[in-house]
Design a protein around this ligand. Structure first.
Ligand SMILES: C[S@@+](CC[C@H](N)C(=O)[O-])C[C@H]1O[C@@H](n2cnc3c(N)ncnc32)[C@H](O)[C@@H]1O
Length: 230
């Protein structure tokens, strides 16, 4: 487990949701809803693991969308940071959601049985993990055959103009973020600029996942990496 990352999320847990919406003008909410939509697109019943659930937003979006679509879902939502999980638990209590269970677990060594899930989701985790190979192996281990993963992430847009715009915009994020926690928002912008989406797909392909796709989301700085376990 990365102490540095755990400490960062403990220090910003109380402002995490607000600052995410503020810096993206609410677009992060649309991205999560698109990830949730993708998670329940195919069948009528699901067992879903949301890894690095943080304050629980993706798990909550899945639960709400499944209810509207009259689909049955059971969601286990895990994160290694208890401060983020505490906020997630309060959110589901307020919303009276009862099909999400939260657990403290490390994505690098999940305390979950093999071949147990139809879908795995993870939002904004990839930039924060020590070893993407180990994570990909864990996802493969816990998914059922033909199970699907949806990884929501942020990385430098591939369009040069947009990339230049975000490089400038990140100076603003660092400035405002330094009023809360300088290291946290430096890490956020640094990790986004250095994340390589194609390398991640190569790693997943090397682990034998099929139907690998990268789908750009509004603003092109957010995207989904999806794939299926053979
Ligand atoms: C940027 S937040 C994303 C939270 C949530 N998925 C969302 O959409 O807002 C990243 C989360 O990953 C968690 N995290 C980072 N590394 C982890 C690991 N190795 N195991 C479990 N959780 C981890 C952090 O504690 C944090 O809650």
């Amino acid at each position: 487990m990365s102490e540095k990352i755990n400490d960062i999320f403990s220090s910003i847990a109380y402002v995490y949701d607000f600052m995410g919406h503020f810096f993206t003008l609410g677009i992060d909410g649309i991205w999560r809803k698109m990830a949730a939509e993708e998670a329940i697109a195919d069948n009528n019943a699901y067992r879903i693991l949301d890894i690095a659930t943080g304050t629980g937003s993706i798990a909550i979006d899945i639960s709400i969308k499944a209810k509207r679509a009259k689909k049955r879902v059971e969601i286990i939502a895990v994160d290694f940071n208890p401060d983020m999980l505490k906020i997630a638990e309060n959110k589901i209590k307020k919303k009276k959601i009862n099909n999400i269970s939260f657990k403290t677990e490390d994505a690098m060594n999940l305390d979950e049985p093999g071949c147990a899930y139809d879908v795995v989701t993870a939002g904004f985790l990839l930039r924060n993990i020590d070893d993407a190979e180990i994570f990909a192996e864990e996802v493969k281990r816990i998914l059922k055959k033909n199970g699907k993963f949806i990884l929501l992430e942020m990385g430098k847009p591939q369009d040069g103009l947009l990339a230049a715009f975000f490089k400038l915009y990140f100076l603003f994020i660092r400035l405002i973020g330094s009023l809360i926690n300088k290291n946290a928002y430096r890490w956020l912008t640094y990790s986004i600029l250095s994340f390589d989406r194609n390398k991640m797909v190569d790693i997943l392909s090397g682990k034998g996942f099929k139907d690998l796709k990268i789908k750009n989301l509004p603003l092109h700085i957010g995207f989904l990496i999806t794939g299926v376990k053979e």
